[in-house]
Design a protein around this ligand. Structure first.
Ligand code: ADP
Ligand code: GN1
Ligand code: MG
Length: 370
C-alpha cells in the first residue's frame, strides 16, 4: 500500500464535511489503521472534527463486509443507547458515508476509507494510571457486551478469520519460525522457547468452548484501554471505538485483552522489562467493574475462566507480535526496528507474572462467583 498521505486530498474530496476542511493530520496510537483527524471550520461556529481512517489492507481483506458489520452494530448500539436514555451521538459511533452514498470510499490506489464524527469532550488513555480509570473502562466494556447481547450474531461477517483462535495463532507462529524469512530466529530463541513450553495452554479456552462449557457471545475482541473514549468531565467510559473485530467470541477474550494491555504501568513496547509488572490491584478493579457492567449476566464457568482469558490473550498477543517480527513487520505498524520483538517481550513478562500470581488472580475472581 502507498503511504496514506498520498491519496489523502483525493479522499477529502470524496466526503461532504458540511464545512470547509482546514487541515488533516495523523492521529492516535492504533497499530492497524491509518487514522487522521480532520478539522473543518463551519461559518459562525467552532471547529468540527472528524476521524478519517484508511482501513488496514493487511488486516482486513473485505472492507465491504467490515463496514456492513460496523454500520449494523453502530445503528443497533445507537438504538439501544437511546432506549436506555443515553445520548447516542456521544455514546455510539456513527458512520458518515461518502458523497457516493456507499459505505466507504475506495481511493485510486485501492485504499478503503471511512469517516466518523470525532466524539468531543472525551479523552483516550494509553495507560491506566489509577484503578478508578481502569474500572471505568471495565464498566464500559462490560456494558458494551450487555448492549449487544441481542445482536443477531449470525449476520456478522468474520472480519479476520480465527482472530482469537489461539491454536491457529500457534500454528501460524510455528510456520513463521520454520520459514525464518529474515533470519531473525537466531535472535529470538528464548521467546520461541517460551511459547513452545506453553503449547497446551493454547487449547484451554477452545477445549472449554468445544465441550460446551463456555457460550459464544457477540464480543469486541480488541478491548485495549485506548479503544474506549472517557468523558472528560465525569471520567466514565462512554464510547467504545475500533469496532473492526466485533464478532462472535468468548467473553474471556474481551476481559483478557483489557487486562493484557491495562493492568500494568508500562508501555506495550517498553524495553526495560523491570518496569513491566502485572498490577494485581488493577486486575481486581477491572474485574469488579467489568462484571458490574455485564449486569451479572455471565455464567459461573465464564467467571471461573477469566484468569485464563488474561493469560491467553497476553500469550496470544505476544505470539502475534513475534510472528510479525519474524515475518518482517507486515501487520502491526512499527516506528523502529525491533519494536514488535520488544512488544512480544513485554507480553511474555506479563504472562510470567500472571503465572507467578495465579492463586491471587483466582482468589479475586472467586469473590465474584455465585
Ligand atoms: P486502530 O484500529 O488503528 O487502533 P482506532 O479505530 O482505534 O484505530 O483509532 C485510533 C485512535 O483514534 C483511537 O485510539 C482514538 O484515540 C482515536 N479515535 C478513533 N475514533 C475516534 C472518534 N470517533 N472520536 C475521537 N477519537 C477517535
Ligand atoms: C491491534 O487496532 P488496535 O491497535 O486497537 C490489534 C489487536 C492487538 C493490539 C495490540 C485488528 O489493536 O488485536 O491486540 O493491536 N488489532 C487487530 O496492541 O489486529
Ligand atoms: Mg484501536
Amino acid at each position: 500500500m502507498v503511504p496514506a498521505e498520498q491519496t489523502l486530498s483525493e479522499v477529502l474530496e470524496a466526503f461532504d464535511f458540511g464545512a470547509p476542511v482546514v487541515g488533516a493530520i495523523r492521529y492516535g496510537c492504533g497499530h492497524i489503521n491509518d487514522t487522521f483527524v480532520v478539522h473543518t471550520q463551519p461559518e459562525n461556529c467552532c471547529c468540527r472534527r472528524f476521524i478519517l481512517q484508511r482501513m488496514s489492507a493487511a488486516a482486513f481483506k473485505h472492507p465491504d463486509q467490515l463496514m456492513e458489520n460496523i454500520i449494523g452494530v453502530t445503528q443497533f448500539l445507537g438504538r439501544e443507547i437511546e432506549k436506555h436514555g443515553g445520548d447516542r451521538s456521544r455514546e455510539a459511533m456513527e458512520v458518515v458515508r461518502p458523497k457516493s452514498g456507499a459505505d466507504f470510499y475506495t481511493d485510486s490506489q485501492g485504499g478503503a476509507w471511512r469517516l466518523y464524527p470525532f466524539v468531543e469532550g472525551t479523552v483516550c488513555h494509553q495507560t491506566a494510571d489509577t484503578p478508578e480509570l481502569f474500572a471505568a473502562s471495565g464498566r464500559a466494556f462490560g456494558r458494551f457486551q450487555q448492549l449487544l447481547k441481542d445482536y443477531p450474531a449470525d449476520t456478522l461477517y468474520e472480519t479476520i478469520p480465527r482472530f482469537h483462535d489461539t491454536e491457529d495463532r500457534l500454528a501460524k507462529f510455528k510456520a513463521a519460525v520454520a520459514a525464518d524469512k529474515l533470519g531473525r530466529v537466531k535472535d529470538c530463541q528464548p521467546e520461541i522457547d517460551f511459547v513452545l513450553s506453553r503449547e497446551a495452554d493454547c487449547s484451554v479456552a477452545l477445549n472449554a468452548l468445544r465441550a460446551g462449557k463456555l457460550p459464544l457471545r457477540v464480543t469486541h475482541n480488541d478491548t485495549k484501554l485506548n479503544n474506549v473514549l472517557m468523558d472528560e468531565a465525569t471520567g466514565e467510559g462512554i464510547c467504545i471505538i475500533d469496532l473492526d473485530t466485533v464478532m462472535p467470541g468468548l467473553v474471556l477474550y474481551d476481559f483478557g485483552d483489557s487486562i493484557r494491555f491495562g493492568a500494568n504501568h508500562s508501555a506495550e513496547d517498553e524495553t526495560d522489562l523491570s518496569k513491566v509488572n502485572l498490577d494485581v490491584d488493577l486486575f481486581a478493579a477491572y474485574t469488579a467493574a467489568f462484571l458490574e457492567g455485564t449486569g451479572g449476566s455471565l455464567t459461573d464457568t465464564e467467571i471461573e475462566y477469566l484468569p485464563w482469558g488474561a493469560k491467553l490473550m497476553t500469550l496470544e498477543c505476544g505470539m502475534r507480535f513475534l510472528t510479525d517480527h519474524l515475518e518482517g513487520d507486515t501487520y502491526f505498524h512499527i516506528s523502529r526496528e525491533g519494536q514488535n520483538l520488544d512488544r512480544c517481550r513485554t507480553q511474555f513478562k506479563l504472562v510470567a507474572d500472571m503465572e507467578a500470581r495465579w492463586g491471587e488472580l483466582e482468589a479475586i475472581v472467586n469473590q465474584y462467583r455465585k
